[in-house]
Ligand binder design. Structure first.
Ligand SMILES: *[C@@H]1O[C@H](CO)[C@@H](O)[C@H](O)[C@H]1NC(C)=O
Ligand SMILES: *[C@@H]1O[C@H](CO)[C@@H](O)[C@H](O)[C@H]1NC(C)=O
Ligand SMILES: *[C@@H]1O[C@H](CO)[C@@H](O)[C@H](O)[C@H]1NC(C)=O
Ligand SMILES: *[C@@H]1O[C@H](CO)[C@@H](O)[C@H](O)[C@H]1NC(C)=O
Ligand SMILES: *[C@@H]1O[C@H](CO)[C@@H](O)[C@H](O)[C@H]1NC(C)=O
Ligand SMILES: *[C@@H]1O[C@H](CO)[C@@H](O)[C@H](O)[C@H]1NC(C)=O
Ligand SMILES: *[C@@H]1O[C@H](CO)[C@@H](O)[C@H](O)[C@H]1NC(C)=O
Length: 458
């Protein structure tokens, strides 16, 4: 997720001359090799070249109602809402994202490690010079596997799921690397027992609490965004590379096999790509993704849709909007396609946001997102950190949480908080550390997140 962008931005800012040129993209037509042609035709798809028909992008952070206007007088009224969260798995029914309301949490930093969210452990295993999981594994050599396996077990467990369930969580969004599903030659990412840990947690969450599960492929072979989470820092070799596309489809096959063998196929949504970007300097905004990269993503997504259809079309595909807004992607897909768009909303990255002025923006933004497209939209990631004046005051943080949880459920398909477990020690502007604004379990323990929504701004 986005804290990684801060790392990348820091690296860029501190060594402008050493900044890499993101991707030497050759002509997409030059890559129309026989390999690619046969791969695409075996899936019944063609290379997409119509990126120019995209819909409008949304400069969320620069325009009304999202601009944070510190001249307005703020209301001190707090509202209560009696929200009945639906079951994430209801018998044998498949989820309908047009009506479903997600009260979700991400299991971030678990099966896809992020230094930001587990820095003490990271350092303790010898990762001080490793900015990403790729380099950590390179550093650890043959110990990478055993060390990661031990951390998969200790980072979170079924008790975590009990705590989430205690405040009404009905959905888990679980990022994985492609290495959990396919062994890619040359990749330093660890392919081990990730599926075993995933199975233990999903069995528990689904069978005990009827939670819905989104399985995310947050990295793809070659790298999808130049960030640690996309493969490794400064890797963007996924785009326009037939070999990496082929391995990506094999990873999707792995996810689909896991779902088919789960015993509760209707409990899942598949998210085949996350926060993709071929322009690091524009990451986090609509400028982060080119039209050519859009074509490549649409080609991939069409292939994934065909693969899902071969299993069961009722399994939804969640398409992360790459900070373009759902409206950008909508023209590429027929209205009947079983897609839910995923937008990420982070006020810590929104220019000029003061913690006490975020709430009115949330209520406006949720209404706007709801009107964007014919497709359902879900807020796959959000947190409590604002850019300035973060405060540990429980009521202030509760209002930030309650307002978002309520607004996402009232206007769109709900959301999922980033992230269930965070040990981040990074400083924030104002009081505390990131952990105080990003760790769902801590926020429950501190009385910020409760089952009741009784401190909402709108
Ligand atoms: C983008 O794709 C077009 C063809 O659609 C090609 O002519 C152009 O060179 C590509 N641009 C880059 C930067 O790869
Ligand atoms: C901010 O709000 C004040 C008071 O409502 C208004 O006069 C001003 O035009 C607003 N500024 C912007 C940039 O929207
Ligand atoms: C989960 O981990 C916590 C913290 O390490 C521990 O207290 C708890 O007993 C564990 N729960 C299970 C079911 O193992
Ligand atoms: C595709 O990616 C693979 C693995 O990253 C790399 O070895 C290969 O050279 C790339 N192919 C092209 C045509 O760039
Ligand atoms: C931010 O916090 C500082 C120190 O508490 C305070 O003086 C300032 O008014 C706050 N800014 C806003 C816009 O609320
Ligand atoms: C926390 O904020 C609330 C609402 O602004 C305020 O009423 C309360 O006094 C604050 N609590 C503390 C301990 O500062
Ligand atoms: C909201 O409910 C919680 C849990 O019941 C309670 O501790 C808290 O004081 C309430 N807050 C407000 C603002 O009513």
């Amino acid at each position: 997720m986005r804290t990684s962008a801060a790392i990348a931005a820091t690296i860029l800012a501190s060594s402008a001359t050493a900044a890499p040129t993101p991707g030497l993209l050759s002509s997409i037509f030059g890559l129309l090799t026989n390999d690619l042609n046969s791969l695409l035709s075996s899936l019944g798809i063609t290379l997409q070249t119509n990126a120019n028909i995209h819909g409008p992008t949304v400069p969320f952070h620069d325009q009304c109602p999202f601009s944070i206007n510190t001249s307005v007088s703020l209301s001190t009224d707090l509202f209560s809402h009696d929200i009945t969260w639906p079951l994430g798995v209801n018998g044998g029914d498949y989820i309908n994202w047009r009506t479903f309301k997600s009260n979700g949490a991400n299991l971030g930093g678990w099966l896809e490690k992020e230094r930001t969210h587990d820095p003490i452990w990271w350092s303790s295993v010898g990762g001080d010079n490793a900015p990403d999981e790729w380099t950590l594994c390179q550093t650890l050599g043959s110990q990478c596997g055993p060390i990661l396996e031990a951390r998969y077990q200790s980072f979170l467990n079924t008790t975590t799921i009990d705590q989430l369930a205690s405040v009404g969580v009905n959905l888990l969004r679980i990022p994985t690397t492609y290495a959990a599903w396919v062994k890619v030659p040359g990749s330093q990412l660890y392919s081990g027992n990730q599926q075993k840990w995933l199975k233990a947690i999903t069995d528990y969450a689904v069978l005990k609490y009827n939670m819905h599960i989104i399985i995310g492929l947050h990295s793809l072979p070659g790298g999808v965004n130049n960030l640690d989470i996309g493969d490794a820092l400064f890797h963007d070799g996924w785009f326009y590379n037939a070999t990496n596309l082929d391995y990506s489809f094999q990873a999707v096959d792995g996810v689909l096999n896991f779902i088919k063998n789960s015993g509760y196929q209707n409990a899942f949504t598949i998210a085949p790509i996350n926060e993709a970007s071929d322009n690091l300097a524009g990451f986090g905004s609509a400028a982060g993704l080119s039209n050519n990269a859009t074509n490549w993503i649409n080609t991939y997504v069409n292939g994934v849709l065909n693969k899902i259809a071969a299993v069961d079309k009722r399994i939804p595909l969640q398409l992360q909007d790459c900070f373009k807004g759902a409206s950008y992607w909508a023209p590429f897909y027929d209205a009947s396609t079983n897609i839910v768009f995923d937008s990420h909303v982070y006020y810590f990255a929104a220019a000029g946001t003061y913690a006490n002025y975020v709430n009115p923006a949330v209520c406006g933004q949720a209404q706007y997102i709801a009107e964007e497209t014919k497709f359902p939209v879900f807020i796959g990631e959000y947190s409590l950190q604002a850019m300035y004046n973060n405060t540990l005051n429980v009521t202030t943080r509760k209002t930030l949480f309650d307002t978002q949880r309520y607004a996402w459920s009232k206007y769109v398909a709900g959301g999922s908080f980033w992230t269930a477990v965070s040990y981040s020690t990074a400083a924030v502007d104002g009081e505390g550390t990131q952990r105080d604004y990003w760790s769902y379990i801590d926020l429950i323990n501190q009385g910020v997140i409760t089952k009741q929504t009784n401190a909402s701004y709108c």
